[in-house]
Design a protein around this ligand. Structure first.
Ligand code: GDD
Ligand code: MN
Length: 375
């Protein structure tokens, strides 16, 4: 068996993590190779990342390598599925110079007949294609209601807390990813070692604006052997959710901290000007507001949004920031007035609500306009 490399112009690498898959590994490699014969525009390679299986997995792969081109094996200590994927990605990027990486289980649960569908979507310009159980047409036919429920709940947590709401299946292990999106992946940040690597990875891709498509798959039961999903993996998955939430909200949290500092500066400057410099109550607020705005602007520019690549000039950003702040003040005032006058809310509470609504508006507009990330 041999992999075609005729008019190849795209390098596709299948990363198959294995731990004790002697019953399945040869079969899956053969199926992928069969698919490669129908792809004239790309050249396939298969990378098995085995974690020192105690069964015959490595011997089988080595035997396959002897008779096939473009099949590779790397091995290491078993630290978890995520750790194996990270090593596999590095090898596929650095040594195999892959353009597209497939993630796929080695146990036959992922149907290789769908490979052309993944590749078509990539060719049409998608950055990531997910084999999804939770879009129309997708299914998990062999699973109990209980496992389905656990999987659904896990997905809901990742989607809503991790900020990947538009992705239905965040934990699927069947994906094709353009490596341009993996090259500047923060591997250190994806600190998860086990199965939760899958959800961390998809959130990271979504945050960075990857164009992600889900195509339906039927996730059937494994051909031979047992699942390696452990209790530890499930705990790690849950502990990872708040981390995803924080990372997803990081800019907003920084933005709010700077905002609080601004309030302090505003009050401080006002007090000093009126108490020590005889400024009138009419002029002092103008100066103190501007001081707070200037400080906030520079902190946002170099800290909150410091790692964005915004193309506009700094003085344009400065102007936009002032416009947005003015707009937010009007919103603050309108929310306050309507809650106080129309709904009869206690005035302090009405004002607090106004401030909160204005802060969210302020953040959203500054984040998506003033400091729009042009990358
Ligand atoms: N190298 C290595 N190291 N491989 C591992 C390890 C590990 O620690 N743990 C699991 N694998 C390999 C398995 O040998 C298999 O090829 C693949 O990773 C998936 O493991 P399974 O044990 O079959 O996982 P699963 O079927 O329970 O879970 C699948 O579905 C989940 C969604 O329900 C996987 O695709 C998960 O990634 C996915 O989240
Ligand atoms: Mn499996």
């Amino acid at each position: 068996m041999d992999i075609d490399s005729k008019t190849a112009n795209q390098k596709i690498c299948f990363v198959l993590p294995t731990y004790n898959e002697e019953e399945n590994i040869e079969n899956i490699i053969e199926l992928i190779i069969q698919e490669s014969h129908n792809q004239s525009k790309s050249v396939f390679s298969i990378l098995v990342v085995d974690d020192n299986s105690s069964d015959q997995t490595q011997d089988i792969v080595e035997r396959v390598i002897d008779s096939a081109n473009n099949v590779y094996l790397i091995s290491g200590q078993k630290k978890g599925l995520g750790d194996a994927y990270k090593r596999g990605f590095v090898f596929a990027l650095d040594s195999l110079e892959a353009d597209v990486i497939f993630q796929m289980d080695a146990d036959g649960q992922h149907d290789t007949a769908l490979i052309p569908q993944f590749l078509n979507a990539i060719e049409e310009g998608r950055d990531v294609v997910i084999g999804s159980r939770y879009v129309a047409g997708g299914s998990m036919p062999d699973f109990s209601m209980f496992r389905l429920l656990i999987s659904k709940i896990g997905n809901l947590l990742v989607r809503y807390i991790g900020g990947a709401i538009h992705i239905k299946d965040c934990t699927s292990g069947y994906r094709a990813i353009k490596t341009s999106y993996l090259k500047d992946l923060n591997f250190g940040y994806l600190s998860t070692r086990g199965y939760s690597f899958q959800s961390s990875l998809i959130c990271d891709l979504a945050w960075r604006g990857a164009d992600i498509l889900e195509i339906p798959i039927a996730f059937t039961s494994r051909k031979g052997g047992d699942s390696k999903l452990s209790f530890r993996d499930q705990i790690e998955f849950l502990l990872n959710i708040p981390k995803l939430g924080f990372r997803n909200m990081e800019d907003f949290i920084k933005y709010s901290l700077v905002g609080f500092l601004g309030v302090g500066v505003n009050l401080g400057v006002y007090t000093i000007l009126t108490r020590y410099f005889n400024f009138s109550e009419i002029v002092a607020p103008l100066v103190s507001i501007e001081c707070a705005l200037i400080l906030n602007f520079f902190l946002h520019n170099f800290w909150t949004f410091g790692n964005r690549s915004t193309q506009s000039r700094i003085r344009v950003r400065f102007l936009k920031f002032h416009l947005v702040s003015g707009f937010a003040a009007v919103i603050n005032y309108l929310v306050f007035l309507s809650l106080f006058l129309i709904f009869g809310l206690y005035d302090i509470l009405a004002n607090l609500t106004g401030i909160a609504v204005a802060a969210v508006f302020n953040y959203l507009i500054n984040s998506n306009w003033t400091w729009k990330n042009n990358k």
